[in-house]
Design a protein. Sequence first.
Length: 221
Amino acid sequence: MLGRLTADDQDGYHRVRCPAAAGKIRCPLRPASMTLDRDRPKILQHPEHPQACCAQQTITVPPGVLAKTAQKHDYPSAPWRRSYARRTGAERGFATIKDPATSDITRGWCRLIVLTPLMLFATTLLIVRNQRILRAWDARQEDSQHRAAKGLPPKTRKRRRKTLADLAAGPPYPGAATTAAATRRKHAPTQDKPGTGPGHSAQGPAPGHRPPSRPECQTQT
């Protein structure tokens, strides 16, 4: 992706530069870029007939190029991250107001059908949500101040994410041996011992018990 160098002028034109010329990737068409570290991406197959962006230092892009998908800030620059953080904040707000544990706005949460009262309800709900977030933030700040007064570091969340190296080096999950033994017993072949097969009891026949005799055929003469 070509890196933007200037903002749009009054006619919508701006200047861009090849990423290899900017020192972001390695490309054989830019010999100076091949001196970069090998951890940078490298262009393996460059075009046989280089375009203007490969031969010049900068090019001018008219306003009609990628007008629909154009971004205000270059990805992933710091201004782009700050701008994109607004979307994450909006999605986080939608998730909290849809949480049934706090404020649920699923289907049937109100029975008004006009836009004005619905907007009033939603605005009130967002105000309550913001107040709840602010109270939680004030409580965390107060707790951090108390811990700092005692010489303790701020309380942080427990890390839940584990890497592949942590999973490979750690012990197996609890119950792995029990599960493996139960699987072996389930698939192991079974053999009937004398006196323990079908129709036999482990404690032997009861006193006075007679085995069933074979019924005799009744014939009529």
